[in-house]
Design a protein around this ligand. Structure first.
Ligand code: ZN
Length: 198
Protein backbone atom coordinates (compact mmCIF):
# COMPACT_ATOMS: atom_id res chain seq x y z
CA UNK A 1 0.00 0.00 0.00
CA UNK A 2 1.53 3.32 -1.01
CA UNK A 3 1.72 6.22 1.35
CA UNK A 4 -1.10 8.33 -0.13
CA UNK A 5 -3.47 5.35 -0.05
CA UNK A 6 -2.56 4.68 3.57
CA UNK A 7 -3.30 8.29 4.47
CA UNK A 8 -6.65 8.15 2.66
CA UNK A 9 -7.56 4.93 4.47
CA UNK A 10 -6.62 6.41 7.85
CA UNK A 11 -8.57 9.58 7.06
CA UNK A 12 -11.63 7.53 6.14
CA UNK A 13 -11.34 5.52 9.36
CA UNK A 14 -10.99 8.69 11.42
CA UNK A 15 -14.05 10.19 9.74
CA UNK A 16 -16.09 7.06 10.42
CA UNK A 17 -15.04 7.01 14.08
CA UNK A 18 -15.87 10.69 14.47
CA UNK A 19 -19.32 10.27 12.96
CA UNK A 20 -19.89 7.19 15.13
CA UNK A 21 -18.91 9.10 18.26
CA UNK A 22 -21.35 11.90 17.47
CA UNK A 23 -24.12 9.39 16.83
CA UNK A 24 -23.44 7.70 20.20
CA UNK A 25 -23.30 11.06 21.99
CA UNK A 26 -26.60 12.08 20.39
CA UNK A 27 -28.22 8.83 21.51
CA UNK A 28 -26.84 9.11 25.03
CA UNK A 29 -27.87 12.68 25.57
CA UNK A 30 -31.36 12.35 24.10
CA UNK A 31 -33.71 13.22 26.95
CA UNK A 32 -36.19 10.60 28.10
CA UNK A 33 -39.64 11.21 26.70
CA UNK A 34 -42.07 12.38 29.34
CA UNK A 35 -44.18 9.49 30.51
CA UNK A 36 -42.08 6.94 28.62
CA UNK A 37 -42.47 3.37 29.78
CA UNK A 38 -39.76 1.53 31.67
CA UNK A 39 -38.11 -1.38 29.85
CA UNK A 40 -40.12 -4.32 31.13
CA UNK A 41 -37.34 -6.82 30.76
CA UNK A 42 -35.30 -4.84 33.27
CA UNK A 43 -37.95 -5.05 35.96
CA UNK A 44 -37.64 -7.29 38.94
CA UNK A 45 -40.20 -10.06 38.61
CA UNK A 46 -40.55 -10.46 42.35
CA UNK A 47 -42.29 -7.70 44.21
CA UNK A 48 -43.00 -8.26 47.90
CA UNK A 49 -46.28 -6.32 48.02
CA UNK A 50 -47.58 -8.09 44.93
CA UNK A 51 -46.60 -11.50 46.27
CA UNK A 52 -48.48 -10.65 49.49
CA UNK A 53 -51.62 -9.85 47.46
CA UNK A 54 -51.31 -13.13 45.57
CA UNK A 55 -50.92 -14.97 48.87
CA UNK A 56 -53.89 -13.19 50.47
CA UNK A 57 -56.41 -15.95 49.79
CA UNK A 58 -58.89 -17.15 52.39
CA UNK A 59 -58.78 -20.63 50.86
CA UNK A 60 -55.96 -22.60 49.29
CA UNK A 61 -55.34 -22.01 45.58
CA UNK A 62 -56.55 -25.23 43.92
CA UNK A 63 -53.96 -27.04 41.87
CA UNK A 64 -54.39 -26.47 38.11
CA UNK A 65 -57.38 -24.20 38.79
CA UNK A 66 -56.21 -21.21 36.77
CA UNK A 67 -55.13 -21.66 33.17
CA UNK A 68 -55.35 -18.17 31.68
CA UNK A 69 -54.86 -14.53 32.55
CA UNK A 70 -57.09 -11.94 30.89
CA UNK A 71 -56.30 -8.22 30.97
CA UNK A 72 -58.89 -5.46 30.95
CA UNK A 73 -59.19 -1.75 31.49
CA UNK A 74 -61.90 -0.34 33.70
CA UNK A 75 -64.12 0.84 30.86
CA UNK A 76 -64.33 -2.75 29.69
CA UNK A 77 -67.16 -3.59 27.30
CA UNK A 78 -68.45 -6.12 29.86
CA UNK A 79 -69.72 -3.17 31.89
CA UNK A 80 -68.16 -4.86 34.87
CA UNK A 81 -67.21 -3.63 38.28
CA UNK A 82 -63.47 -4.41 38.35
CA UNK A 83 -63.24 -4.75 42.10
CA UNK A 84 -66.17 -7.16 42.08
CA UNK A 85 -65.75 -9.06 38.82
CA UNK A 86 -61.97 -9.36 38.30
CA UNK A 87 -59.40 -10.97 40.59
CA UNK A 88 -56.87 -8.15 40.68
CA UNK A 89 -57.06 -4.41 40.18
CA UNK A 90 -54.06 -2.20 39.38
CA UNK A 91 -54.85 1.35 40.37
CA UNK A 92 -53.95 4.21 38.06
CA UNK A 93 -53.26 7.96 38.19
CA UNK A 94 -56.92 8.71 39.02
CA UNK A 95 -56.29 7.08 42.40
CA UNK A 96 -53.44 9.45 43.26
CA UNK A 97 -50.93 7.90 45.62
CA UNK A 98 -52.31 4.42 44.90
CA UNK A 99 -51.10 4.63 41.27
CA UNK A 100 -49.45 1.30 40.46
CA UNK A 101 -50.81 -0.47 43.53
CA UNK A 102 -52.06 -4.04 43.06
CA UNK A 103 -55.04 -5.21 45.08
CA UNK A 104 -56.53 -8.69 45.10
CA UNK A 105 -60.34 -8.64 45.11
CA UNK A 106 -62.77 -10.80 47.11
CA UNK A 107 -63.04 -13.12 44.10
CA UNK A 108 -59.34 -13.89 44.42
CA UNK A 109 -59.54 -14.19 48.20
CA UNK A 110 -62.28 -16.80 47.78
CA UNK A 111 -60.79 -18.35 44.62
CA UNK A 112 -64.14 -17.74 42.96
CA UNK A 113 -64.79 -17.81 39.22
CA UNK A 114 -64.48 -14.48 37.46
CA UNK A 115 -67.16 -12.43 35.75
CA UNK A 116 -65.07 -10.65 33.12
CA UNK A 117 -65.14 -12.68 29.89
CA UNK A 118 -68.20 -13.79 27.95
CA UNK A 119 -67.53 -16.06 24.99
CA UNK A 120 -70.34 -18.32 23.79
CA UNK A 121 -69.38 -21.99 24.06
CA UNK A 122 -66.35 -21.34 26.29
CA UNK A 123 -66.36 -20.94 30.04
CA UNK A 124 -63.29 -18.72 30.28
CA UNK A 125 -64.55 -17.23 33.54
CA UNK A 126 -64.08 -20.57 35.28
CA UNK A 127 -60.36 -20.82 34.52
CA UNK A 128 -59.18 -17.25 33.87
CA UNK A 129 -57.71 -14.76 36.28
CA UNK A 130 -59.02 -11.28 35.49
CA UNK A 131 -56.68 -8.32 35.90
CA UNK A 132 -58.10 -4.82 35.50
CA UNK A 133 -56.01 -1.74 34.86
CA UNK A 134 -57.88 1.24 36.27
CA UNK A 135 -58.40 3.81 33.54
CA UNK A 136 -59.75 4.35 30.03
CA UNK A 137 -56.99 3.05 27.75
CA UNK A 138 -58.76 4.33 24.67
CA UNK A 139 -58.11 7.85 25.90
CA UNK A 140 -54.89 7.53 27.90
CA UNK A 141 -51.79 5.36 28.16
CA UNK A 142 -51.51 3.53 31.48
CA UNK A 143 -49.03 5.06 33.87
CA UNK A 144 -45.46 3.68 34.04
CA UNK A 145 -46.24 2.46 37.57
CA UNK A 146 -49.27 0.55 36.34
CA UNK A 147 -47.25 -1.09 33.58
CA UNK A 148 -44.48 -2.01 35.99
CA UNK A 149 -47.03 -3.47 38.41
CA UNK A 150 -48.74 -5.39 35.60
CA UNK A 151 -45.42 -6.89 34.48
CA UNK A 152 -44.57 -7.91 38.02
CA UNK A 153 -48.03 -9.30 38.75
CA UNK A 154 -48.28 -11.35 35.57
CA UNK A 155 -44.76 -12.70 35.98
CA UNK A 156 -45.44 -13.62 39.60
CA UNK A 157 -48.67 -15.39 38.61
CA UNK A 158 -46.85 -17.16 35.78
CA UNK A 159 -44.28 -18.44 38.23
CA UNK A 160 -46.76 -19.32 40.94
CA UNK A 161 -49.29 -21.05 38.70
CA UNK A 162 -47.18 -22.23 35.76
CA UNK A 163 -49.03 -20.15 33.19
CA UNK A 164 -47.38 -20.05 29.77
CA UNK A 165 -47.14 -16.69 27.94
CA UNK A 166 -49.51 -17.83 25.19
CA UNK A 167 -52.21 -18.18 27.83
CA UNK A 168 -52.07 -14.51 28.74
CA UNK A 169 -54.75 -12.67 26.79
CA UNK A 170 -56.11 -9.24 26.29
CA UNK A 171 -59.90 -9.21 26.54
CA UNK A 172 -59.95 -8.25 22.85
CA UNK A 173 -58.10 -11.49 22.00
CA UNK A 174 -61.11 -13.50 23.15
CA UNK A 175 -64.15 -11.50 22.17
CA UNK A 176 -65.19 -8.68 19.88
CA UNK A 177 -64.26 -5.81 22.12
CA UNK A 178 -61.72 -3.01 22.19
CA UNK A 179 -60.83 -3.74 25.82
CA UNK A 180 -58.24 -2.84 26.90
CA UNK A 181 -58.06 0.29 24.78
CA UNK A 182 -55.61 0.85 21.94
CA UNK A 183 -53.20 2.71 24.21
CA UNK A 184 -52.32 -0.51 25.98
CA UNK A 185 -48.56 -0.99 25.25
CA UNK A 186 -48.87 -4.48 23.81
CA UNK A 187 -45.37 -5.01 22.41
CA UNK A 188 -43.62 -3.86 25.56
CA UNK A 189 -45.94 -5.97 27.65
CA UNK A 190 -45.41 -9.12 25.57
CA UNK A 191 -41.65 -8.71 25.67
CA UNK A 192 -41.79 -8.61 29.46
CA UNK A 193 -43.58 -11.93 29.91
CA UNK A 194 -41.73 -14.98 31.11
CA UNK A 195 -40.82 -16.87 27.95
CA UNK A 196 -42.08 -20.31 28.80
CA UNK A 197 -43.77 -22.35 31.49
CA UNK A 198 -41.63 -21.92 34.61
ZN1 ZN B 1 -62.47 -6.19 29.31
Amino acid sequence: MDRSRTIKTLAALLAALTVGTFVLLALETRPAQPGSLPPLTALLPRDGAILSEIASTAVAVPRDRWRNIVIHDSVCSMDMNPTADCHFVIYGPASGALDGTVRATPRWHQQARGNHVSVPGHDYDAVSIGICLEGDLVAATPSPRQIEALANLTQALQRRLSIAPERIYLHSDLSGTHCPGRRFPLEAFRSGLLPDEP
